[in-house]
Design a protein around this ligand. Sequence first.
Ligand SMILES: [Zn+2]
Length: 654
Amino acid sequence: MNLLFNINLNSTFSKAIAFSLVGLVGTISLTPNIAQAATVTNTKNVIIMIGDGMGWEMARAAAIQEQINAGNLGNSLIDFYTSGKGSGLAFQELSNYVLSTTYGTTIAPANGTFNTSNSAIAGNNITGEGSVLPGFVFDPTFNPGTTPTGGASNPNSYAVGNLVGYDPVRGGATPWDAAYYGGAIPSGFDKEYIKYSYPDSANTATTLYTGVKSYNSAIGVDIYEQPLDSALKIASEAGKSTGLVTSVPIDHATPGAAAANVNRRNKLDQPYPLLDNILQQELRIFQPTVLLGGGNPASNPLPLQPDVEPPQDFTYITQDTYDYLVANPNSNRYGYQFLESGPNATATLLAAAALIDPNNLGNRLLGLYGAEGQNGNLPINSADGTYQNTGLDMFSLYSSAQAGSPNNITPGIPNPDTVRPLQPGETDEEFIARQLDENPRLKDLTQAALTVLEKDPDGFWLMVEAGDIDWAAHDNNLDNLIGAMSDFNDSVDYVINWIANNGGWEQNLLIVTADHDHYFTLNDNFPELLRTVGAHDLTYSNNTPASAGHFWGSAGSDPANADSLVKYDWGTHSNRPVPVYFQGNGSEVLLNSVGQGYDAYGNAIPGIPGLVDQVHTAKTQLQALQTVPEPGSVLGFLAIGFLGLGSKLKQKIK
Ligand SMILES: [Zn+2]
């Protein structure tokens, strides 16, 4: 359990609130046990697991692989599934399933171009500083735009308001809409529509944790760059332990939005004592009990030069922060025990987790990992489960297949990275084995997190992210995609088993979802090709949609389009709704949200029949984390009138 320092250095308003709370708590802290004994939360443990970029089709590709592994010999999609929840993956066994919209905001400076990455604050600035765009008033009208990043300078019928929205007529009512699969194109449907104004992982994560719509690149802030209360912060204030686990860097957008209030996602880290960045806020302000993931400086795509030390890349952690932690792993200004990549990493991590007691203030665990040669993420799995692509750049396939790329030898034929940063005399096999020894897998990080968090009798909030699903999809890399999905699935499976042995669904809420979709389509022959050819060859050769069984973007299914000969067609996100799989205490909040609207900046936003929005996924968590009187407690009834005070008190005294 954390003592959360309720400091916001970026807002005079919040600062005043924080100081007044400190004064308030100080006057009544002589009777600390009343609130502590009298309140609990609606649900003891809340776990959200995010497959970054794991749209419905990405999940289906992995589910088909799992079914093939289990003996399914089907050749066509119909032999597996062509709609709905599907089967083959652990989270597809959860009892509830809905589809969710993921869109964010789009903002234009006066008479300027609408852009999904604009906040309503003018210029580049310190978070919370700067002035509102002249004349800006939030307009809740849907504005899908006409380009990937927004809309034209001259407002047209599609460029009027500040919410992107989702139109089921133009984009399909479901991700499995037949119009994406060679079926008839209904009137009004547009295959390009889901490319426009697509969301990113920062704004979607912000919404998933806070229930507030914001702009691409927003890390836990609203469109005015003001800090929002995340589920992590609210859980901490309720006396719970908290955890962030990811396969990509610990200060990437998805973990960052839970434990930082920063106006730009690229503000990753700065030398101490600067605070307008994600990592320093994670470590010094929000302080999750466990923070485990990638970003280690040794994980770098550059090849190793002979007889020199492995190259280090300080993109995700400054040398200042890293050197300090290495020199002070057990006692430091952050209050974390620090672990990193090294021999026998998983056993070392699990042994450390066993000794961390979250009931002791300041007992926290920080793990910084990443495979050498990749891009700051854990060793990347492949569809065959061998981790055969470990040590190769995660972003070389799609870019090299694009016309105009320096690595493009033959248009449409990729020239991916094949060179690992081997030690002198080391073989590729030895290198991969070493990376697997020196780094845990996502499931191992999840196990370590639960080993710590389960010791807190007040429960916990935990986020687990498979960020490399998104990276594989950006690279149009089917092999890495299915591999990353497999590791995510193993982590979900571990959590489901943990829940069965730790209070069951009565005490736990599990939500498994994506932050956003990618534009990816399976052809009807995909299962047969995956089974007989395998994802590795389908990824690096067979470079037509027909012979690869899949394609990225919108062109592959159009025989009249010359681009249909090229499967590497769209290297980023889409605005299509994503699946949400969930079960446990509090699930009814999300089930009851289907088709419902929500509030955005004081405006009632209409819902879409059959869909929820990520605002509702946040609401479900926040309601589960709401403090209530402990059942049967007399003191609990006395505390009813002091609920808000009680939770603050608890935060102060623990
Ligand atoms: Zn992405």
